[in-house]
Design a protein around this ligand. Sequence first.
Ligand code: NAD
Ligand code: UDP
Length: 313
Amino acid sequence: MHIVVTGAAGFVGSHMCDRLLAEGHSVLALDNLLTGKRRNLAHLAAEPRFQFIEQDITKPFSVEGPVDAVMNMASPASPKDYLEYPIETLEVGSFGTRHMLELARIKGARFLLSSTSECYGDPAVHPQVETYWGNVNPVGPRSCYDESKRFAEALTMAFHRKFGLATNIARIFNTYGPRMKLDDGRVVPAFVDQALRGEPMTIFGDGSQTRSFCYVDDLVDGMYRLLLSDERYPVNLGNPCEMTILEFAEHIRRMTGSRSPLVFQPLPEDDPKIRRPDISRARALLGWEPRVSLEEGLDRTLAYFQTDADAAV
Ligand code: NAD
Ligand code: UDP
């Protein structure tokens, strides 16, 4: 297939490009480099089936030639990034998604949206099932991301209903791995960086909030299977292995042999207190479940941060 990937220079997008090329597809990669890096795609420079175009998808543009699928992954994703770029985040979820849906419609291509567990907000249902409508503060600091993604989901369903577009919606839960930026503020690179430097590890709140961490290869596999499926409603993709942030900090400290002290800082506003995906639908519909253990995934991530420190900043 000829596949357009937006947000291709980002953490997940670059791994998706690798997977699509490995499956034999050709990839047109679009990114405006707002939060991504050219370096994440540098290893693909000599690949004849790969092309990168620096493009802001909120601006109108056209693509020459056939397109069979559009994977729309462009958006700031780290709380630090979307708090710094709230307008851009809302624009990429709305105008950007609209442009990519139009592209898919014109080309007769399928379309996959990278959505998020943030659609559930600070959830009152646990674990989160796709039928739960969520508990999102529409005017809080995180609303630029949450509402942008909720709008993008609604727009995707509207294109499916109105034009019969073959669409998929992946609700992605916390994912980690090589090519995350050490300074992007998300908890995995933050703790790893602090532990490796022997600096205090910053626990927000009392650390009792929970998250469930998925290794990037598992996520990419789930997204690829979803793209090939006929499922039109959202599907959770994530690792149901849940732990408190305090437990996670201890885990990183043990793995790195670090003596970093733990310091407690205020919990950011609207930070979800619990999060764990119910992946029954992904199991049943896609035959998918995560395979990489937290130990193995963190080993690979640590190796990247240790050997490729330049690439990580
Ligand atoms: P990332 O910031 O590393 O990648 C996002 C990419 O989108 C960046 O390369 C950025 O430059 C690009 N981008 C932003 N605005 C753009 C625009 N207007 N035009 C073109 N490109 C633009 O983040 P990531 O973690 O790789 O996330 C990728 C996707 O997955 C996002 O849509 C995100 O919302 C979703 N997601 C990720 C996670 C996770 O844990 N990593 C969780 C839930 C959802
Ligand atoms: N967190 C933390 N210390 C940090 C960064 C994050 O305690 O230095 C917490 C954050 O408050 C949240 C969890 O770790 O409860 C996951 O944060 P992240 O930014 O990775 O993603 P989120 O799930 O909030 O989108």
